[in-house]
Design a protein around this ligand. Structure first.
Ligand code: SF4
Ligand code: FES
Length: 142
């Protein structure tokens, strides 16, 4: 599922292919990003533009994007580029990313090798049982 939901002050885009189901959006504001809605689940008019921008930018995969129409600034590169390891999951990049001529600022990149949507994570690490916690293995205590 992909598309753009328009409203007077801001349009919100969603790319289902990119979503890693981290739920930052629905936990950020369930009136704007309505969980388990049978039809349209994004309602940009239900919160302030600033709030929608903040939630969109907290979407680690870049599945949620926005275009402001209120004269406010569009999304920009972060001051510091970061790559975060998600436990048993992808690499979450926050930086200016240019792929196939398209610029984006957030992406979750497959670390397990099983994604069918590379370079992006498609959630396959769950099915494939990918385990990389970063913790040393537990030792048996005598
Ligand atoms: S990856 Fe983005 S769109 Fe998907 S659940 Fe998380 S915050 Fe929402
Ligand atoms: S890390 Fe998620 S599919 Fe590979």
């Amino acid at each position: 599922m992909a598309g753009m939901v328009e409203s007077d002050k801001i349009d919100v885009g969603f790319s289902g292919k990119r979503c890693i189901h981290s739920r930052n959006c629905v936990l950020g504001d369930p009136h704007v990003f309505v969980p388990n809605a049978p039809g349209q689940w994004i309602h940009p008019e239900a919160a302030s533009v600033e709030k929608i921008v903040a939630i969109a930018e907290s979407c680690p995969s870049g599945a949620i994007t926005y275009v402001r129409k209120d004269g406010g600034p569009q999304e920009q590169s972060p001051v510091v580029n970061t790559v975060r390891l998600r436990e048993n999951g992808p690499l979450a990049v926050h930086a200016e990313i240019v792929l196939d001529g398209e610029t984006s600022y957030r992406a979750t990149l497959c670390r397990c090798g099983a994604s069918e949507s590379k370079p992006f994570c498609d959630g396959s690490h769950n099915k494939s049982g990918f385990a990389a916690t970063g913790e040393p293995p537990l030792k048996d205590t005598p």
